[in-house]
Design a protein around this ligand. Sequence first.
Ligand code: ADP
Ligand code: MG
Length: 414
Amino acid sequence: DTTLLPDPRDTLQHVFGFPDFRGVQRQVVDRVLNGQSTLAVMPTGAGKSLTYQLPAVMLEGTCIVISPLIALMHDQLRSARANGVRAATLTSADADWRETMDAFRAGTLDLLYVAPERASQPQFLDFLTSAPVALFAIDEAHCVSEWGHDFRPDYRGLRPLLDSFPEVPRLALTATADHHTRGDILTQLGIPEDGLIVAGFDRPNIRYTIRHRDNPVRQIARLMEDEPGPGIVYAPTRRKVEDMAVKLAAATGRDVLPYHAGLPPEERAANQAAFVASEDMVIVATVAFGMGIDKPDVRFVAHAGIPKSIEAYYQETGRAGRDGDPSQAVMFWGAEDFAIARQRLGEMGDARQEGERKRLDALAALVETPACRRAILLRHFGEDPPEQCGNCDNCLAPPEVIDATELARKLLSA
Ligand code: ADP
Ligand code: MG
């Protein structure tokens, strides 16, 4: 009975130190406190973690958080503990399993983070029956759907666990789900259709620009001259990351460091830490970079080639301007990017191919449109935006569209 609980806003202020809820956070928290299963689709940076961390503090029992990456879990763990929330992880990287399991059994844990492959094992189910569970939070829930852009079969194995606790609410969270993927998440995780809450996706302070690539180093160097603040450049391969970091540093004289999964872990961590602390550094990275990084003042995100999908584009560009100040997202693309992506399609199984093809077509439509970029993005996420945003390349400098009928008339009358 939630009437016995204190006002969530008191907990928000006293435990988390925020004056107020943002956007749909309150709606999501209220549902969870009422024991109602929910799918919250909220953009990156909207504050999804709070929607389970706060109920976890308020409710009796532990909130089990399913999260796909150990690095993400440890980031979350650090920030939860910084707020005085009692949190732990159960991963292969942890040495304190016994303490964590004892704390769960004693009911002194608010949050317990686990990976889906562990959560779906029968031993984990047995373990959970030893103390009260308050909530299941399923982060990056699009991973449960083959329609999503990052399908992980281990997420499918969660259902028996969830169904073993029919009285425990489920909160699925994602930043990146189109209409089809949302329906799939609801079905796969057993969440009722009226449990869907979608937050606004518009990021009005981000200016979107999409250009043909001719000389990417020169093009990005020019962008860096306009934007002296911190920036992220996404490049498609490790080799291009390294090459570009060196060339951009030489071309601009600015501090530029590389980041990709092939670097020694210490160097990767050091480069990331330097970037987070810096007010003017540029990091050139593969898409491995960015998840779980909380840097509010990124002034630009550049893509030196096409991203994987509109969802990926939105998520990657969404790392710009979280502080609300004017920021830029600039993509430099070439026809060969699409040719390579389509070639890869041919090497996939039938089931995945169809989804990938649709994603690629949607991305091509965004890249090639003479119309408002933001309108296309927002429509992709199920919103009904105005025709013109006034803050993308096509709105600011409308491209000349050749009218075929007009052209034919002129040719005939000449
Ligand atoms: P997401 O997972 O949706 O990308 P996070 O949960 O990582 O977002 O939160 C993004 C940032 O917003 C974090 O720095 C978090 O502390 C902050 N934040 C969350 N809720 C609020 C709030 N109500 N008021 C102010 N800042 C908030
Ligand atoms: Mg998150």
